[in-house]
Design a protein around this ligand. Structure first.
Ligand code: GDP
Ligand code: MG
Length: 393
C-alpha cells in the first residue's frame, strides 16, 4: 500500500492532487484542519492499494470484496466523483458528532461514578453500609432535611447518633427521629448557658418584628401569672405612635409606663420604678444600617447593671436576614433570643443551625397576634421538638 500526506487550501484542492498522483482508486485515511498559519489549511492522508503491503494482505477478503482493486474500508467509498466525496464528508461529520456524544457520555459516567463513590464514603462514615435494610438512618436523614435542617447538620446529627450515645439502632424512622430529638435536646441543655435574669428587660430587634406586642404579652404574664409588679418603658421617641401603642396596652393592664429619651431619662425611669419587680423596656426598630439607633441603644444600656437584653428574631425572615441581624445585634451584647411569628412558619429545622451558632438561650416563642395569649416559654424539650417535628408539643 502506498500512503501519502497532502496539504491543501481546501478539500477540493487536496482531492485533485490525490487524484492526479494516486489515481481514482485512492482512499482517504484521514483528514484534518491544520492549526497555525495565516490561511486555513487541511491535511489529507490518502492511500492507494498496490497489492504489496502486509496491510492489504492481512485483509484479503476485503480486498476481493469490491472486486475493483480498491481497499474497501467499511463506510469509506473509493475516491471517485464529487458526489461520493460529499457523501464521505457527511459520514465523517456524523462520525465526529457520534464521537463527541460518546465522549460526553463517558464524562457523565465518570461524574456519576464520583458521586457514587462519595455516597459510599458517606454511608461508610455513617455506618449505613451493608445493614440489610435494618437501620433507618437514611430515612431519618431525609426527614430532617425535609424539616429544614441543613444537609451538613443532618449528616453531623446522624454521625453523632451513630458514634455516640446510641446503643440500639432505630427500628423505624420514627424511632430514629425520636433519638435525634433526644440528642438535640441534650445538646441544647449542655451547650446553652442559662442566661442572666435581669430586672431591666430590654427588647431589641428590627422594625415590625413584634417587640411591642411581645412586651405587652410578657407584661400580662408577669402581672397575672407571676404576680409581679411591672413597669413599662420605651426609648422609642422617633415615631409619635410608638409610645402610644405601649401606653394603650399599659392602660388596659393598669401598668405604669414612662418614656426615656436618653441615658438620663433612663436613669430617672429606673429610679421611678424602684418599687417594680420587673421593668420591660421597648426600643425603636433598628434597620441593619441604622448606625445612630444602635449606638444610642448601646450607650444607654452600657452599664449592663441589672440589664437583660433580648433580641427578637422573626421566624418568617429569610435565613440570610436572620444571620445578618444576629451579627449586627451581637454588638449590643445580647443575652437571650425571642423567636416571633412562629404561626407564620412551617418548618423549623433551620433553628438547629441557629442555636448551634448563637449559643444564647431562646427564652420565648410567639405564636400569633393575640395579647396576652400567643406566647410560649421555650425549653430544651419543646425547642428540640420544634426543630425535629415542627411543633412545640
Ligand atoms: N403572626 C404574628 N404576628 C405578630 C406576632 N407578634 C407580633 N405580630 C404582629 O406584627 C406586627 C408588628 O408588631 P409590633 O409589636 O408593633 O412590632 P415592633 O415594631 O417590633 O414593635 C403587628 O401587626 C403584630 O400584631 C406573632 O407572633 N405572630
Ligand atoms: Mg414597636
Amino acid at each position: 500500500m502506498q500512503i501519502k500526506r497532502y496539504e491543501a487550501k481546501n478539500v477540493q484542492e487536496a482531492l485533485e492532487k490525490i487524484k492526479r498522483e494516486l489515481g481514482p482508486d485512492a482512499i482517504i485515511l484521514s483528514n484534518k484542519q491544520l492549526s497555525g498559519g495565516k490561511t486555513p489549511r487541511i491535511e489529507v492522508v490518502a492511500a492507494k492499494d498496490d497489492g504489496e503491503t502486509p496491510l492489504s494482505r492481512s485483509f484479503p477478503g476485503r480486498r476481493d470484496g469490491n472486486g475493483d482493486g480498491s481497499l474497501p474500508v467499511p463506510g469509506i467509498p473509493p475516491l471517485g466523483d464529487k458526489n461520493e466525496w460529499d457523501g464521505l464528508k457527511e459520514d465523517i461529520g456524523e462520525l465526529k458528532v457520534l464521537l463527541r456524544e460518546l465522549k460526553k457520555r463517558d464524562e457523565m459516567f465518570d461524574a456519576f461514578g464520583e458521586v457514587k463513590e462519595r455516597f459510599n464514603i458517606l454511608f461508610d462514615l455513617l455506618g449505613l453500609k451493608d445493614t440489610g435494610g435494618k437501620n433507618h438512618l437514611s430515612q431519618v436523614y431525609s426527614r430532617l432535611v425535609a424539616q429544614g435542617v441543613s444537609k451538613k447538620s443532618a449528616c453531623i446529627l446522624l454521625e453523632m447518633l451513630n458514634r455516640g450515645t446510641m446503643t440500639d439502632r432505630p427500628g423505624t424512622p420514627e424511632e430514629g427521629m425520636k433519638l435525634v430529638e433526644d440528642l438535640i435536646r441534650n445538646r441544647i441543655r449542655r451547650k446553652q448557658p442559662a442566661g442572666i435574669d435581669g430586672r431591666i428587660k430590654v427588647f431589641v430587634g428590627s422594625t415590625g418584628v413584634g417587640k411591642t406586642t411581645t412586651i405587652a404579652k410578657l407584661a400580662a404574664h408577669y402581672t397575672l401569672g407571676g404576680k409581679k409588679r411591672v413597669g413599662l418603658a420605651t426609648t422609642d421617641t422617633y415615631r409619635i405612635a410608638a409610645p402610644e401603642q405601649l401606653k394603650t396596652y399599659a392602660r388596659i393592664m393598669g401598668i405604669p409606663v414612662q418614656v426615656a429619651a436618653d441615658i438620663n431619662g433612663l436613669r430617672k425611669v429606673i429610679e421611678d420604678f424602684s418599687d417594680r419587680d420587673v421593668i420591660l423596656v421597648d426600643t425603636p426598630g433598628m434597620g441593619l444600617n441604622d448606625l445612630s439607633h444602635f449606638e444610642r441603644t448601646r450607650d444607654m444600656f452600657a452599664s449592663r447593671d441589672g440589664v437583660e437584653m433580648s433580641l427578637l428574631l422573626s421566624l418568617v425572615s429569610s435565613r440570610e436576614n436572620l444571620y445578618n441581624t444576629l451579627s449586627r445585634f451581637e454588638d449590643l451584647g445580647i443575652d437571650r433570643i425571642i423567636l416571633t411569628k412562629m404561626d407564620e412558619c412551617r418548618r423549623f429545622g433551620f433553628l438547629f443551625d441557629l442555636v448551634e451558632k448563637v449559643r444564647k438561650p431562646v427564652s420565648y416563642v410567639t405564636t400569633g397576634q393575640n395579647v396576652p395569649h400567643d406566647i410560649e416559654e421555650v425549653t430544651s424539650e419543646n425547642l428540640a421538638k420544634l426543630i425535629v417535628a415542627g411543633t412545640l408539643h
